[in-house]
Structure formats: structure tokens, C-alpha cells
Write a new protein. Structure first.
Length: 256
């Protein structure tokens, strides 16, 4: 008796914010690890800090170069021939705009998405609204934005939403904004509670649940290439992070 595995459409997700220190890499990495049970995962690390690269090297992913996507037509058949998930690693050359062929990057990603089913592509992006962040949104089906609960977060969020809407209208009609992640939340902070209340009032339809608390164990886990739910000592935080990822993927599936 043979059982056919149901094929899933390839999905691409950009994790973006135009501010540093909001936990983009943590949310992107947990999304990728969550997807491993259902998809072959491809990480595209566009942040020259290369934190996602380090995480997925630790996790045993096959390592390729993100710069190759900007500089040549990539043979994905050779890269994806085995069972390993893949991380396209960031290098300092990403800071040199003259080395970045954005059209070639878009062509490579288009070929990748059109040629393979069951891929989950996630982009970890730099914290500025430059070419690297923009091209990730041009090439994505979906976007998620982690935010820090500060007085400036709502202003920054409105700018990001405007950027996404502009890209959707001009370059990528398929781009959908999945929602906002309130990350590194300190429940004892009156200021953060005030900002969170404002977010709920203004963006309730976009605010993903649950919020993720500030916990050192999240950093400890991901530094070792693990999701926080893979650590036995972090059951509550792991449950919260997994529930968040379930919410993200449920929204993606409902849109798809």
C-alpha cells in the first residue's frame, strides 16, 4: 500500500520592521523551525549581522550564500536534492549596494517558488527600509512585523504598513500583511501596558496572539539552534511561542 503525501504550495514570509532590537530573528527562526514538520525550509538571511545564519548552521542546515542570489542564476536543483533544509548565509558584502542585482535576486526567488512545492521560505531582514528589506517584501507572499512596546512603536508601525501597501500596489500584488507580534513584553511596565492598549485599539485586527514576554530562555534556546519549546525548562514560554506560530500559520492558510 502506498500513501501519497499531500503537497503544499510553496510559501514565503518576510519578517520585517524598520527598527532594530525588536526580535525579528527570533520570530523568523521560530517560524522556520515550526515549519520543519510540514515543509522543506529555506532561510534567506538578508541581515549582514548574520544571526539567523549562525542559528541554522547550529541546527545543521545546508549552508549557501545569500550573495549568490544577487550575483548569478542559482541551480536550486543541486541545492535542494537532499533532505537537508537550507540557509542562505549573510555576509558583509550585503552592505555594498553595487554588488546587489535586485532583479536577479527576484528572478532567482521566482524560479525557486515556481519550481518546487512544499517549500517554506523565510527572510530575516535588516532593521532599515533599504534595498534588502524592500526586495524581501517584493519577493514574499506574506509579511509579519515584530514590534517593541515603546512610544515610538506605533509611529514606526504605520510607516511599515505604508511601505507594505506601496510595495503591494506597485510591485507585488500578492503580498499580504499577516500581522503584528508584540515581542519582549514586560507585563510589569506601565508604559508597555499603555502602548499595548493603544495597539489593541488601533490595530486589533492585526495584533497576533499571544504576546511574547521578555525571557532570557528564548535567547538561550535560539543561540543553540533550538526553538524555545524544544527546551524542557521553558514549558510556559515555549507554549506561548508555539501558539503564536500556530496563529501565524493559521492566518497564512486562511489567506491562501
Amino acid at each position: 500500500m502506498s500513501l501519497e503525501v499531500e503537497k503544499k504550495a510553496t510559501v514565503s514570509l518576510a519578517v520585517a520592521n524598520q527598527k532594530g532590537g525588536v526580535g525579528k530573528t527570533i520570530i523568523a527562526s521560530h517560524a522556520a523551525i515550526y515549519a520543519e514538520d510540514s515543509y522543506k525550509v529555506v532561510i534567506v538571511d538578508l541581515d549582514p549581522q548574520a544571526n539567523a545564519t549562525s542559528i541554522f548552521k547550529e541546527r545543521g542546515y545546508r549552508v549557501e550564500l545569500t550573495m549568490d542570489l544577487f550575483q548569478k542564476r542559482v541551480d536550486f536543483k543541486e541545492i535542494l536534492q537532499d533532505s537537508l533544509n537550507v540557509v542562505f548565509s549573510a555576509t558583509p558584502e550585503l552592505l555594498n549596494k553595487e554588488l546587489l542585482d535586485l532583479n536577479l535576486f527576484a528572478e532567482n526567488i521566482r524560479n525557486l517558488k515556481q519550481s518546487y512545492d512544499n517549500l517554506f521560505i523565510v527572510y530575516d531582514t535588516p532593521p532599515v527600509a533599504g534595498d534588502l528589506q524592500i526586495i524581501s517584501l517584493v519577493c514574499s507572499d506574506f509579511a509579519v512585523s515584530p514590534i517593541e512596546l515603546s512610544k515610538f512603536s506605533i509611529d514606526g508601525l504605520s510607516k511599515l504598513i505604508n511601505t507594505i501597501q506601496n510595495i503591494k500596489s506597485q510591485y507585488n500584488h500578492d503580498l499580504e500583511f499577516v500581522g503584528i507580534v508584540a515581542n519582549r513584553v514586560k507585563k510589569v511596565s506601565p508604559l508597555q501596558n499603555e502602548v499595548l492598549a493603544s495597539l489593541r485599539e488601533s490595530y486589533s485586527h492585526l495584533l497576533l496572539n499571544p504576546e511574547i514576554p521578555e525571557r532570557q530562555v528564548i535567547e538561550e534556546a535560539i543561540t543553540d539552534g533550538l526553538a524555545v519549546w524544544e527546551l524542557s525548562k521553558s514549558k510556559l514560554t515555549g507554549k506561548q511561542m508555539k501558539l503564536l506560530q500556530t496563529e501565524i500559520f493559521n492566518r497564512i492558510e486562511s489567506i491562501n
